[in-house]
Ligand binder design. Structure first.
Ligand code: NAD
Length: 480
């Protein structure tokens, strides 16, 4: 009998009022049931919002240094439980244990960045321009904030949203992804152990379509920070507009890696392998299109395919595994269908094919399609799996036109030794992240993280904007 986890509402662990639960499958073992979670109802979500709303009155007046203390305690506990948490992430998400350790490491780096940055964030004071008055812009917390996260980074994404929200004086209702609730509930336990006052952080598990809507539509919720698909992000934007609820939407991508004829082929292949197949191609910043200059296309492809063939695709908890399974049955089916469609549309599959252990888990071998043209779905649609689409070009202008031929604009990269090429790419690429000689997934906490076009909307996460999203500005004029 597997353990059953409860919701964390108003500082207490509670079962759902609906009395039903759902399971959590390890994608490396079809049919497994790691533990069970509350299939929460609208009433549970309402109770969490009420708790967060009541806790806000005291939390907003809690001195910044005290808020920092709680978050610092939380980060110490996170550091201490890194290995246990990484094992949970690997079990419920499927990514390799190395990738899960890196995810926890990234949450710690980002969390410490926000913890240190928040003090510098406050306070712009000056003399008034026209009279003997003092002016300043006072930052106010918003109130209750809804955090909705995806399954691909089950703990890092929620930390990137929740920690700045709490540091700036907001209270949080968090809904983890349905596939990966365990990491979310684990984080709630760390907040409890860190001594956070009751109601400041609440975690409610369940289906996005039922309880997600409740957070988005409740007028007491002042902002929604959402990471997930463009399709769901659009629905949230429309529903949130009814109350003018602020949204931060981090959405899908179809990220292009451009390789020029003067590039180091080995380094560019390394970048394609890292960002193409880490987390089984399920980073939002994964490379999914590779655009190759005609002159280096052949040697690049030969090296890429040789590396793909050597990859060990297996249970992510084994240290020797290079790539784990995809996250669940729906992803598996969708990715297999996208591969079939690419073949039917005439793309040439040069790596991939049958995966012997697919009967045990949702394993898909690294897959590469060559001869891809912009009209094909494999060029346009976010597959969110270990599938690369390779196209060729003759000039940088052509490469940029291909790269920008997408509804998405999250990340991108170019490999070149020519500074003029690099500058032209930086200016023209339609993406929130531009990398020169670095893979598409690289990011740092001091830099804004967010997409353009249909990859995102609202202020980006991380950097100053990651804090700014959670505050209102009040213009103060004081005559003493
Ligand atoms: P998803 O959109 O299916 O779900 C994301 C979250 O939204 C989940 O918690 C889900 O339960 C919830 N949800 C679903 N329907 C909802 C609704 N109607 N109202 C409110 N919440 C709802 O996405 P996913 O499959 O979990 O994640 C994969 C997607 O996330 C990919 O498109 C990927 O590119 C994107 N992603 C983007 C970033 C980024 O920073 N831009 C990072 C990671 C993942």
């Amino acid at each position: 009998m597997s353990d059953t986890h409860l919701n964390f509402i108003a500082g207490e662990w509670k079962p759902s009022r609906g009395g039903t639960t759902f399971g959590d499958e390890n994608p490396a073992r079809r049919g497994s049931d790691l533990c069970r979670f509350q299939a929460s109802t609208a009433e549970d979500m309402d109770e969490a919002i009420t708790a967060a709303n009541e806790a806000f009155r005291a939390w907003r007046r809690t001195p910044l240094a005290d808020r920092q203390h709680y978050i610092s305690e939380f980060l110490k506990l996170l550091q201490k439980s890194s290995e246990e948490l990484a094992a949970i992430v690997t079990q419920e998400n499927g990514k390799t244990i190395r990738e899960s350790r890196a995810e926890v490491g990234s949450a710690l780096v980002e969390g410490n960045y926000h913890l240190n940055q928040v003090a510098a964030f406050y306070g712009h004071t000056g003399p008034g321009a026209f009279q003997d008055i003092t002016t300043w812009v006072q930052y106010q917390p918003l109130g209750v904030v809804g955090v909705i996260s995806p399954w691909n980074f089950p703990m890092n994404v929620m930390c990137r949203k929740t920690l700045p929200a709490l540091l700036t004086g907001n209270t949080v209702v968090f809904k983890p992804a349905t596939f990966t609730p365990w990491s979310g509930v684990f984080m709630a336990r760390l907040f409890e152990q860190a001594g956070l006052p009751a109601g400041v952080f609440n975690c409610v598990t369940g289906l996005g379509s039922s309880i997600g809507n409740v957070i988005v539509q409740d007028p007491r919720v002042r902002a929604i920070s959402f990471t997930g698909s463009t399709e769901v992000g659009k629905k949230i934007q429309v529903k949130a507009a009814a109350n003018l609820t602020r949204t931060q939407l981090e959405l899908g991508g179809k990220n292009a890696l451009i390789v020029m004829d003067d590039a180091s082929i080995d380094k560019a292949v390394d970048a394609a392998m890292t960002a193409g197949f880490a987390c089984a191609g399920q980073w939002c910043t994964s490379t999914s299109r590779i655009l190759l200059h005609h002159a280096i296309a052949q040697p690049f492809i030969e090296k890429l395919v040789a590396r793909c063939e050597k990859m060990v695709v297996d249970d992510g908890s084994r240290e020797a595994t290079d790539m784990g399974p995809v996250a669940g049955p729906q992803q598996y089916e969708d990715i297999c269908a996208a591969i079939q469609k690419a073949r039917a549309e005439g793309a040439r599959m040069i790596a991939g094919g049958d995966t012997p252990n697919a009967a045990q888990g949702y394993f898909i071998r690294p897959t590469v399609f060559a001869g891809v043209t912009p009209g094909m779905s494999v060029f346009q649609e976010e597959i969110f799996g270990p599938v690369l689409a390779v196209s060729a070009f003759g000039t940088l202008d052509e490469a940029l036109e291909l790269a920008n031929h997408s509804i998405y604009g999250l990340s991108s990269a170019i490999f070149t030794r020519d500074l003029a090429n690099a500058k032209a790419y930086i200016d023209a690429i339609e993406a929130g992240l531009a990398h020169v000689n670095i893979h598409t997934g690289y990011k740092e906490p001091s830099m804004p993280f967010g997409g353009v076009k249909q990859s995102g909307s609202g202020l980006p996460e991380n950097s100053e904007s990651g804090l700014e999203f959670f505050i209102d500005r009040k213009a103060i004029y004081l005559r003493s």
